[in-house]
Ligand binder design. Structure first.
Ligand code: F6R
Length: 235
């Protein structure tokens, strides 16, 4: 595992974008696992610059996102599909039908989850998985619990996640209480993992996740067992 501390968010964003760009350059038809949340926004801005100024070509790339809220459709500004379109896909030449986000509006959760895992398998797995980390140690929406859940699944969001995510909603009540998330299995099978953490409030959980015991109470701690993890943090 490599832990890189950088001076500020700007540097975190450009370094992360450079590593993703390198992946696209060496394997133009790569499978990128992508994340939402505040932390990757700067990275996506830098990737858009890569595309606009240096001609980075996303036309053969496939992306697969970590998670989606239950009950929000793609036109809802708080849905993760909307986020990805707005912050990245609309600005680069990725083929929209090659971008996958779980369908939060499905009535058949089990089928949606199975299909999502099947798709990852069919794609041959993820080449590079970008992750943020929740204040409670979640990756994707794999919340602290008794076990690591391997497959894509429906999850009840924990109190601290609902609180943290309420900053994007008008009221706390509007924050969805459930989500669909990729499981720990697909994340651990990604060839490379890139985890980014920004701000003082993430320092303690990063320390716990990468220097503490491996436990499902801190889901990100499983990454200590992954053979190719880079953590980039600015705090
Ligand atoms: C989002 C996701 C979450 C976030 C995490 C950190 O797709 O999977 O695990 O990465 O909640 O969010 P921010 O970056 O907003 O601190």
């Amino acid at each position: 595992m490599k832990i890189i501390r950088v001076a500020d968010y700007e540097t975190l964003s450009s370094k992360t974008a450079d590593l993703i760009a390198a992946q696209v350059l060496v394997k133009p038809n790569c499978i990128l696992g992508l994340a939402t949340g505040s932390t990757p926004i700067g990275t996506y801005e830098k990737l858009i610059e890569w595309h606009e100024k240096k001609g980075l070509d996303f036309s053969e790339v496939t992306s697969i996102n970590l998670d989606e809220y239950v009950g929000l459709d793609s036109n809802d500004k708080n849905s993760y599909r909307f986020f990805m379109n707005y912050h990245l896909f609309e600005h680069i030449n990725i083929v929209r039908s090659n971008t996958y986000v779980p369908n939060g509006m499905t009535k058949d959760w089990e089928k949606e989850c199975e299909t999502y895992d099947h798709r990852i398998l069919q794609l041959g797995g993820i080449d590079l998985q970008l992750l943020g980390i929740g204040n409670n140690g979640h990756i994707g929406f794999n919340e602290p619990g008794e076990t690591f859940v391997k497959n894509t699944h429906l999850v009840e969001l924990g109190e601290s996640t609902i609180q943290a995510n309420s900053r994007f909603f008008e009221t706390l009540e509007e924050v969805p209480k459930q989500a669909i998330t990729m499981g720990i299995g697909a994340i651990m099978q990604a060839k490379k993992v890139l985890l980014i953490a920004n701000g003082k409030e993430k320092e303690e959980i990063v320390e716990k996740a990468f220097h503490g015991p491996i436990t499902p109470q801190v889901p990100a701690s499983i990454l200590q067992l992954h053979p190719d993890v880079t953590v980039i943090c600015s705090f």
